[in-house]
Design a protein around this ligand. Structure first.
Ligand code: BGC
Length: 348
């Protein structure tokens, strides 16, 4: 089966009745629904015309936000979690649940869904949930939270800010929120202030290192244009510090499963290259993703190649079994990148 079809089949098969997408069925710690992973899966399904699937995810997301919104108070207490059960309940296990990026990505994905499906107005429950999320993000974006890799909860992460800006910017025209333009301006100014000038944007405030998720500043969240010098410097640093062959590490000292090459990260780089017209390299990223599929057409989260910390790979393997496979987010990235490259012929 073509990997595009098997990717859609895998995403469909792991969507619960409730609409939630489960991150990975075979990996016990990932049998939950993340806002981040789910929002990218929904976008991928929209690109394939599977609007019923994406719509059901947005219903689940909105219901889940509204169910838990009462826990969040204006004085900064209470959080919305990074992941929930398929029924939308909290998972009562220790985890760095406080992650703002997933909520920004949800708003972005919701706005894409509305555009792609030609909706003229936001359904009431989606509007109410999106308003809650906007309030939540506006009140908290400047303070530390866990990043998109669920680490460093005491830091302020640039890619989290990119996702927050991307989501609020994308949903702004669907909400009646006169407060959004000034907030977007402030978030963007804050990001720019934290660039090593001249130079790249850092993984988090207080480090010089880069992280693959910084690609989000340009693709897909359009905080800055792709030809902005800060974006170009960041992309150069990502390629020189994190790329091995075609695949990308997440960041220079990653030790999760030994720190292999990540499919979502490589997918984002490919997507960015497709958008900037570097099609040959974008095709190489797509081919690299496809080459990681097992016989069943399942894509993993990462491949244990060029490990940054080889001893940690064995420890994780013994503790938690093989790397999560299939990972819905990897399949979503394959669909997204393939769709970004669709159209004119492949370069010879
Ligand atoms: C990754 C997250 C992801 C989660 C579920 C974690 O290991 O760091 O980015 O959302 O797995 O796929």
């Amino acid at each position: 089966m073509d990997l595009l079809q098997s990717s859609a089949t895998i995403i469909r098969a792991n969507q619960a009745e409730t609409g939630a997408y489960l991150a990975s069925p075979s990996f016990p710690a990932y049998r939950y629904a993340w806002f981040r992973d789910g929002a990218f899966a929904a976008y991928a399904m929209d690109l394939l015309g599977e609007h019923d699937s994406s719509g059901r995810f947005h219903d689940w997301a909105a219901r889940t936000v509204l169910h838990h919104a009462g826990k969040v108070t204006a004085n900064g207490a209470g959080i919305l979690c990074a992941r929930y059960t398929a029924a939308g309940e909290e998972v009562n296990l220790p985890w760095g649940e406080y992650q703002l990026d997933g909520y920004g990505i949800w708003l972005w994905s919701l706005a894409r869904h509305l555009e792609i499906t030609g909706r003229r107005a936001l359904p009431a429950a989606w509007r109410e949930a999106a308003d809650h999320v906007a309030d939540y993000l506006l009140a908290r974006w400047q303070a530390p939270c866990f990043d998109c890799w669920e680490e460093y909860g005491d830091r302020v992460h640039i890619s989290t800010l990119a996702a927050v800006h991307g989501g609020l910017g994308a949903i702004a025209s669907w909400l009646d929120r006169p407060d959004l333009p000034a907030a977007l301006h402030a978030i963007r100014a804050f990001i720019l202030e934290n660039r090593a000038a001249p130079g790249h944007f850092p993984k988090f405030l207080g480090t010089d290192a880069v992280d693959a998720s910084l690609i989000w500043l340009a693709t897909p969240f359009d905080v800055l244009p792709t030809d902005h010098p800060g974006i170009q410097d960041t992309l150069h640093r990502i390629v020189s510090d994190l790329q091995v062959g075609t695949g990308l590490h997440r960041y220079p000292w990653d030790s999760y499963y030994g720190g292999g090459l990540w499919l979502p990260a490589t997918g984002f780089l490919g997507w960015h290259l497709a958008r900037t017209g570097e099609r040959r390299q974008a095709w190489a990223a797509l081919d690299w993703l496809a080459a990681q599929a097992g016989e069943s057409g399942a894509l993993p989260e990462q491949v244990p190649e060029h490990l940054l910390v080889p001893a940690a790979y064995r420890e994780w393997l013994e503790r938690s079994g093989p790397v999560a496979t299939p990972l819905l987010w990897s399949h979503a990235m394959y669909i997204i990148l393939r769709s970004a490259l669709a159209a004119p012929a492949r370069p010879g």
